[in-house]
Design a protein around this ligand. Structure first.
Ligand code: CTP
Ligand code: MG
Length: 405
């Protein structure tokens, strides 16, 4: 397993709401071109030396973050971990730290919002920590003349030779960073400040003008402009290599439904989770109607038959299987046929169990198993029909599948 050889991790914090950008959704998921801020940031991360990549996403975007990370990771998929963040950046970093592999000795913390950071900066930080054991921070000289102010009054000049503008990723020995986070009670503006407060110093390495943080709408416009210029080839024309419009296969949608009755043995398994104390569903495998509807929707979208085609009685290994096994195998079947899943939207009709409290957990489990975002809504049917009488559950799923390039 790869984790035994990996001594470095990078925590990419992407759980902020992006208030100042105010683009209508969490900042990391806003598009720069056809790809999001997070996708561009991870492109740089995966071009750097191999390291564990822990993406910290908003609670309700974990599945989407996983899909983006897998897309960018290519053959490095197994290096990806995604975890839900907290209300502050510091809490989000702490959440990321809790998922760093035991073998890791050096941890880098990076803002997803610094989407265009070149891979060399990431390597430079990691190398400096590895060589010196000190913290390392990429920083740029300050070019503006800086004044100390007191309200509107200019109170003095600051010698800019003494200043540097800090960027990310900031790298530290894992033990030092973890101890500093454990003792932190106040909020700090960056990780270096938090580590400094715990009594450890850091060294500056050269940053990059491309490492600016997308904070305000103007920053996003600048990033867009930079990418447009990059995409223009030497001939000055916008192009994307190898694109032949005539050969493009379109995305496809598919639908799946499933119904299971209550009355099975053991505990209830539904939406990839075990529900202690709830009546079990009966049926083939664990009776998880959510998982089965997803499988049908995905296979149907790709024109690959249905659950019976691939998971029939000739595959006894799936007899007692849970959602993770079904969804993982479905993703594999799809990949073999040249498709990947864009997303799946599920609606469950059930009087029991009460789903809303565990929605995030279920979406995370299902998304992780399928390798694509799965969102689940649930409704009761106002006491009507078999779902209203709590005789069973009924599930509908719609999937989007996208051709691989
Ligand atoms: N971040 C995070 N969790 C938080 C807050 C911030 O993971 N609770 C991340 C952001 O996603 C971002 C980085 O920390 O990549 C730097 O934060 P900032 O630029 O301030 O992003 P936001 O907090 O999202 O933006 P704003 O402050 O404008 O709302
Ligand atoms: Mg913020």
């Amino acid at each position: 397993m790869t984790s035994t050889r990996i001594d470095t991790a990078i925590i990419v914090v992407a759980a902020g709401s992006g208030t100042r950008l105010s683009a209508g959704e969490p900042k990391a998921f806003v598009g720069i071109d056809e790809r999001s801020i997070l996708a561009h940031c991870l492109e740089g991360v995966f071009r750097a030396a191999q390291m564990q990549v822990v993406v910290v996403a908003p609670d309700d975007r974990v599945g989407e973050a996983l899909a983006i990370a897998h897309d960018e990771a290519g053959e490095r998929r197994e290096l990806v971990t995604v975890v839900a963040g907290g209300d502050t950046r510091q809490e989000s970093v702490a959440a990321g730290l809790s998922r760093v592999w035991p073998t890791v000795q050096i941890v880098l913390v990076h803002d997803a919002a610094r989407a265009l950071t070149p891979p060399e900066v990431i390597d430079r930080v990691a190398d400096m920590v590895r060589e010196t054991g000190h913290g390392a921070i990429p920083a740029l000289d300050v070019v503006d003349t800086i004044k100390r102010v007191d309200g509107e009054r200019i109170a003095g000049v600051v010698d800019r030779a003494e200043l540097a503008a800090a960027q990310t990723p900031q790298g530290f020995r894992r033990d030092i960073l973890a101890a500093a986070y454990e003792r932190a009670t106040a909020e700090f503006t960056d990780d270096a400040a938090l580590v400094a407060d715990a009594g450890h110093d850091a060294i500056r390495v050269p940053g990059s003008a491309l490492g600016f943080k997308i904070t305000l709408p103007d920053d996003l416009a600048r990033a867009r402009d930079l990418l447009r210029r990059e995409e223009r080839g030497a001939d000055g024309n916008a192009h994307r290599a190898g694109e032949d419009p005539a050969a493009v296969r379109l995305p496809r949608v598919g639908i799946g439904t499933d119904v299971h009755a209550f009355g099975g043995d053991g505990s209830l398994w539904l939406a990839g989770l075990e529900w202690p104390g709830e009546r079990a569903l009966s049926g083939h495998s664990d009776g998880d109607a959510v998982a089965h509807a997803i499988v049908d929707a995905v296979l149907n979208a790709a024109g690959l038959g249905d659950i019976g085609t691939h998971f029939g009685t000739d595959r006894p290994e799936f007899a007692g299987a849970h959602a993770d096994a079904f969804l993982g195998e479905t993703a594999r079947i799809l990949a073999d046929a040249g498709w990947f899943v864009g997303n799946v939207s599920v609606q469950m009709q059930a009087a029991r169990p009460r789903f809303s409290a565990r929605r995030g957990e279920a979406e995370t489990a299902l998304s992780a198993a399928l390798g694509a975002p799965v969102s689940v809504s649930a409704t009761t049917t106002d006491g009507l029909g078999f779902t209203g009488r709590a005789d069973g559950v009924q599930v509908f799923a719609v999937a989007l599948v996208v051709p691989q390039h």
